[in-house]
Design a protein around this ligand. Structure first.
Ligand SMILES: Nc1nc2c(ncn2[C@@H]2O[C@H](COP(=O)(O)OP(=O)(O)OP(=O)(O)O)[C@@H](O)[C@H]2O)c(=O)[nH]1
Ligand SMILES: [Mg+2]
Length: 238
Protein backbone atom coordinates (compact mmCIF):
# COMPACT_ATOMS: atom_id res chain seq x y z
CA UNK A 1 0.00 0.00 0.00
CA UNK A 2 1.24 3.49 -0.69
CA UNK A 3 0.91 5.60 2.41
CA UNK A 4 3.97 7.83 2.18
CA UNK A 5 6.68 6.96 4.66
CA UNK A 6 4.47 5.95 7.53
CA UNK A 7 6.45 3.52 9.63
CA UNK A 8 3.65 1.59 11.31
CA UNK A 9 1.76 -1.34 9.85
CA UNK A 10 -1.93 -0.54 9.31
CA UNK A 11 -4.09 -3.47 10.38
CA UNK A 12 -7.79 -3.40 9.46
CA UNK A 13 -10.29 -5.41 11.52
CA UNK A 14 -13.32 -6.51 9.52
CA UNK A 15 -16.35 -8.72 10.05
CA UNK A 16 -20.05 -8.76 10.76
CA UNK A 17 -21.58 -6.71 13.55
CA UNK A 18 -21.10 -8.09 17.03
CA UNK A 19 -18.40 -10.60 16.11
CA UNK A 20 -16.11 -8.91 18.62
CA UNK A 21 -13.96 -6.67 16.39
CA UNK A 22 -13.62 -3.91 18.96
CA UNK A 23 -13.08 -6.44 21.76
CA UNK A 24 -10.37 -8.07 19.65
CA UNK A 25 -8.47 -4.78 19.46
CA UNK A 26 -8.80 -4.31 23.21
CA UNK A 27 -7.47 -7.82 23.80
CA UNK A 28 -4.50 -7.24 21.50
CA UNK A 29 -3.36 -4.28 23.54
CA UNK A 30 -4.78 -5.36 26.88
CA UNK A 31 -6.54 -2.02 27.25
CA UNK A 32 -10.00 -0.64 26.61
CA UNK A 33 -9.15 1.43 23.55
CA UNK A 34 -12.26 0.61 21.51
CA UNK A 35 -15.91 0.84 22.55
CA UNK A 36 -17.55 -2.55 23.06
CA UNK A 37 -21.18 -3.36 23.65
CA UNK A 38 -23.58 -6.24 23.20
CA UNK A 39 -25.60 -4.03 20.87
CA UNK A 40 -24.90 -4.89 17.22
CA UNK A 41 -23.73 -1.81 15.31
CA UNK A 42 -21.74 -0.18 18.10
CA UNK A 43 -18.87 0.87 15.87
CA UNK A 44 -20.40 3.07 13.20
CA UNK A 45 -17.40 4.72 11.54
CA UNK A 46 -13.89 3.47 10.95
CA UNK A 47 -11.81 4.29 14.04
CA UNK A 48 -8.04 4.46 13.74
CA UNK A 49 -6.02 3.82 16.87
CA UNK A 50 -2.31 4.14 17.25
CA UNK A 51 -1.37 1.22 19.48
CA UNK A 52 1.59 -0.77 20.72
CA UNK A 53 1.16 -4.54 20.33
CA UNK A 54 3.42 -6.53 22.61
CA UNK A 55 5.66 -8.61 20.35
CA UNK A 56 4.92 -6.53 17.25
CA UNK A 57 5.50 -2.91 18.22
CA UNK A 58 3.72 0.24 17.12
CA UNK A 59 0.83 -0.25 14.75
CA UNK A 60 -2.27 1.52 13.54
CA UNK A 61 -5.32 -0.62 14.02
CA UNK A 62 -8.54 0.29 12.25
CA UNK A 63 -11.80 -0.78 13.84
CA UNK A 64 -14.66 -0.88 11.35
CA UNK A 65 -18.43 -1.05 11.27
CA UNK A 66 -19.97 -4.47 10.62
CA UNK A 67 -20.15 -5.50 6.96
CA UNK A 68 -23.68 -6.87 7.44
CA UNK A 69 -25.20 -3.53 8.48
CA UNK A 70 -28.62 -2.91 6.93
CA UNK A 71 -30.79 0.00 5.81
CA UNK A 72 -29.75 3.23 4.16
CA UNK A 73 -27.47 4.24 7.00
CA UNK A 74 -26.08 0.74 7.21
CA UNK A 75 -25.14 0.81 3.52
CA UNK A 76 -23.25 4.07 4.10
CA UNK A 77 -21.38 2.49 6.98
CA UNK A 78 -20.49 -0.54 4.90
CA UNK A 79 -19.15 1.69 2.15
CA UNK A 80 -16.97 3.52 4.73
CA UNK A 81 -15.69 0.15 5.86
CA UNK A 82 -14.84 -0.73 2.27
CA UNK A 83 -12.87 2.49 1.90
CA UNK A 84 -10.65 1.34 4.73
CA UNK A 85 -9.44 -1.48 2.50
CA UNK A 86 -7.43 1.04 0.49
CA UNK A 87 -5.45 2.06 3.52
CA UNK A 88 -4.44 -1.19 5.19
CA UNK A 89 -1.32 -3.33 4.94
CA UNK A 90 -3.09 -6.41 6.21
CA UNK A 91 -6.49 -7.44 7.49
CA UNK A 92 -8.16 -9.60 10.10
CA UNK A 93 -11.54 -11.03 9.21
CA UNK A 94 -13.42 -11.88 12.36
CA UNK A 95 -16.18 -14.47 12.48
CA UNK A 96 -18.19 -15.89 15.33
CA UNK A 97 -20.72 -18.65 15.84
CA UNK A 98 -19.60 -20.55 12.72
CA UNK A 99 -21.22 -17.93 10.52
CA UNK A 100 -19.40 -17.78 7.22
CA UNK A 101 -21.48 -16.58 4.30
CA UNK A 102 -21.79 -14.10 1.46
CA UNK A 103 -20.52 -11.14 3.50
CA UNK A 104 -17.31 -12.93 4.37
CA UNK A 105 -16.83 -14.22 0.83
CA UNK A 106 -17.28 -10.69 -0.54
CA UNK A 107 -14.68 -9.35 1.89
CA UNK A 108 -12.23 -12.08 0.98
CA UNK A 109 -12.61 -11.25 -2.68
CA UNK A 110 -11.99 -7.55 -1.91
CA UNK A 111 -8.83 -8.53 -0.03
CA UNK A 112 -7.77 -10.34 -3.18
CA UNK A 113 -8.53 -7.34 -5.41
CA UNK A 114 -6.46 -5.05 -3.21
CA UNK A 115 -3.74 -7.62 -2.67
CA UNK A 116 -4.19 -7.46 1.09
CA UNK A 117 -2.77 -10.33 3.14
CA UNK A 118 -5.29 -11.44 5.73
CA UNK A 119 -6.04 -13.76 8.60
CA UNK A 120 -9.38 -15.34 9.39
CA UNK A 121 -10.21 -15.51 13.07
CA UNK A 122 -13.06 -17.44 14.60
CA UNK A 123 -13.83 -15.44 17.74
CA UNK A 124 -16.04 -16.30 20.74
CA UNK A 125 -14.60 -19.81 20.90
CA UNK A 126 -15.71 -19.88 24.54
CA UNK A 127 -19.34 -19.64 23.42
CA UNK A 128 -19.27 -21.74 20.28
CA UNK A 129 -16.16 -23.51 19.00
CA UNK A 130 -15.32 -23.59 15.32
CA UNK A 131 -16.81 -26.68 13.70
CA UNK A 132 -14.66 -28.82 11.41
CA UNK A 133 -17.18 -28.37 8.58
CA UNK A 134 -17.02 -24.56 8.86
CA UNK A 135 -13.26 -24.74 8.91
CA UNK A 136 -13.32 -26.89 5.80
CA UNK A 137 -15.71 -24.50 3.98
CA UNK A 138 -13.54 -21.51 4.84
CA UNK A 139 -10.38 -23.25 3.79
CA UNK A 140 -11.88 -24.13 0.43
CA UNK A 141 -13.14 -20.57 -0.11
CA UNK A 142 -10.13 -18.63 1.00
CA UNK A 143 -7.08 -20.85 1.22
CA UNK A 144 -6.30 -18.79 4.29
CA UNK A 145 -5.18 -19.74 7.74
CA UNK A 146 -7.97 -19.84 10.35
CA UNK A 147 -7.27 -19.12 13.97
CA UNK A 148 -9.48 -19.73 16.95
CA UNK A 149 -9.83 -16.92 19.45
CA UNK A 150 -11.72 -15.66 22.44
CA UNK A 151 -11.38 -12.18 23.80
CA UNK A 152 -12.60 -13.24 27.23
CA UNK A 153 -10.85 -16.48 28.06
CA UNK A 154 -8.24 -19.00 26.98
CA UNK A 155 -4.68 -18.69 25.87
CA UNK A 156 -5.00 -17.61 22.25
CA UNK A 157 -3.07 -14.38 22.26
CA UNK A 158 0.47 -15.62 21.70
CA UNK A 159 -0.45 -17.59 18.60
CA UNK A 160 -2.47 -14.64 17.31
CA UNK A 161 0.46 -12.24 17.66
CA UNK A 162 2.73 -14.68 15.83
CA UNK A 163 0.19 -15.08 13.04
CA UNK A 164 -0.22 -11.31 12.76
CA UNK A 165 3.52 -10.89 12.54
CA UNK A 166 3.61 -13.37 9.67
CA UNK A 167 0.76 -11.56 7.94
CA UNK A 168 2.18 -8.03 8.09
CA UNK A 169 4.20 -7.67 4.88
CA UNK A 170 7.93 -7.05 5.35
CA UNK A 171 7.71 -4.18 2.89
CA UNK A 172 5.95 -2.08 5.54
CA UNK A 173 9.13 -2.06 7.56
CA UNK A 174 11.45 -1.75 4.58
CA UNK A 175 9.63 1.40 3.49
CA UNK A 176 10.11 2.81 6.90
CA UNK A 177 13.88 3.12 6.97
CA UNK A 178 14.95 6.76 6.66
CA UNK A 179 18.60 6.12 5.88
CA UNK A 180 18.55 2.44 4.92
CA UNK A 181 19.44 3.15 1.30
CA UNK A 182 22.59 5.15 2.08
CA UNK A 183 24.27 3.18 4.87
CA UNK A 184 25.70 -0.28 5.35
CA UNK A 185 25.89 -2.46 8.44
CA UNK A 186 28.63 -1.31 10.89
CA UNK A 187 28.97 2.15 9.26
CA UNK A 188 29.67 5.10 11.52
CA UNK A 189 26.99 7.74 11.00
CA UNK A 190 27.77 11.30 11.97
CA UNK A 191 24.66 13.22 12.93
CA UNK A 192 25.04 16.96 13.32
CA UNK A 193 22.17 18.25 15.39
CA UNK A 194 21.76 21.94 16.08
CA UNK A 195 20.89 22.55 19.70
CA UNK A 196 19.75 26.15 19.50
CA UNK A 197 17.19 28.34 21.21
CA UNK A 198 14.38 26.62 19.38
CA UNK A 199 15.40 23.19 20.61
CA UNK A 200 13.14 21.90 23.39
CA UNK A 201 14.57 21.88 26.87
CA UNK A 202 16.43 18.74 27.85
CA UNK A 203 15.42 16.52 24.93
CA UNK A 204 15.77 15.90 21.22
CA UNK A 205 13.02 16.61 18.71
CA UNK A 206 11.21 13.66 17.15
CA UNK A 207 12.95 13.67 13.72
CA UNK A 208 16.34 13.55 15.48
CA UNK A 209 15.25 10.66 17.67
CA UNK A 210 13.85 8.86 14.62
CA UNK A 211 17.14 9.12 12.74
CA UNK A 212 19.14 7.93 15.75
CA UNK A 213 16.81 4.96 16.06
CA UNK A 214 17.05 4.29 12.34
CA UNK A 215 20.86 4.26 12.53
CA UNK A 216 20.64 1.61 15.25
CA UNK A 217 18.04 -0.39 13.31
CA UNK A 218 20.47 -0.49 10.37
CA UNK A 219 23.18 -1.88 12.69
CA UNK A 220 25.28 1.25 12.38
CA UNK A 221 27.05 3.37 14.98
CA UNK A 222 25.68 6.78 15.92
CA UNK A 223 28.00 9.72 16.48
CA UNK A 224 25.90 12.71 17.48
CA UNK A 225 27.44 16.17 17.56
CA UNK A 226 26.31 19.72 17.91
CA UNK A 227 27.17 21.84 14.88
CA UNK A 228 29.72 23.90 16.82
CA UNK A 229 31.68 20.78 17.74
CA UNK A 230 32.24 19.55 14.24
CA UNK A 231 35.57 21.27 13.59
CA UNK A 232 37.08 20.44 16.97
CA UNK A 233 35.87 16.87 17.14
CA UNK A 234 36.85 15.83 13.66
CA UNK A 235 40.29 17.42 13.68
CA UNK A 236 43.00 14.77 14.19
CA UNK A 237 44.49 14.98 17.68
CA UNK A 238 48.10 16.11 17.81
N1 LIG B 1 -18.28 -14.68 25.22
C1 LIG B 1 -17.62 -13.82 24.44
N2 LIG B 1 -18.12 -12.62 24.21
C2 LIG B 1 -17.42 -11.78 23.41
C3 LIG B 1 -16.16 -12.15 22.83
N3 LIG B 1 -15.71 -11.11 22.09
C4 LIG B 1 -16.63 -10.14 22.21
N4 LIG B 1 -17.66 -10.53 22.99
C5 LIG B 1 -18.88 -9.78 23.31
O1 LIG B 1 -19.61 -9.59 22.10
C6 LIG B 1 -20.27 -8.33 22.10
C7 LIG B 1 -19.87 -7.54 20.88
O2 LIG B 1 -18.50 -7.18 20.99
P1 LIG B 1 -17.88 -5.96 20.19
O3 LIG B 1 -16.42 -6.00 20.41
O4 LIG B 1 -18.59 -4.69 20.49
O5 LIG B 1 -18.23 -6.43 18.69
P2 LIG B 1 -18.03 -5.63 17.33
O6 LIG B 1 -17.73 -6.62 16.27
O7 LIG B 1 -17.05 -4.52 17.52
O8 LIG B 1 -19.48 -5.07 17.11
P3 LIG B 1 -19.97 -3.82 16.22
O9 LIG B 1 -19.14 -2.63 16.55
O10 LIG B 1 -21.38 -3.67 16.65
O11 LIG B 1 -19.86 -4.24 14.80
C8 LIG B 1 -19.89 -7.66 23.43
O12 LIG B 1 -20.93 -7.92 24.34
C9 LIG B 1 -18.62 -8.37 23.83
O13 LIG B 1 -18.40 -8.37 25.22
C10 LIG B 1 -15.66 -13.46 23.13
O14 LIG B 1 -14.60 -13.89 22.66
N5 LIG B 1 -16.44 -14.27 23.92
MG1 LIG C 1 -17.23 -2.52 17.28
Amino acid sequence: MTRGRDTKPHIGIFGRRNTGKSSFINRLVNQQVAIVSEQAGTTTDPVRKSIEIFGIGPAIVIDTAGIDDTGELGAKRVSKTMEVLKTVDCAVLLLAGNRFGEEEKALISHFGEWDIPFLIVHNKEDLEPLLPETEETIRKQSGSRILRFSTVQGDYLHEMIEALKDTIPDTVYQQSSLIGDIVHKNDYVLLITPIDQEAPNGRMILPQVMVIRDVLDNDCVNIVLKENQVNNSLRPRP
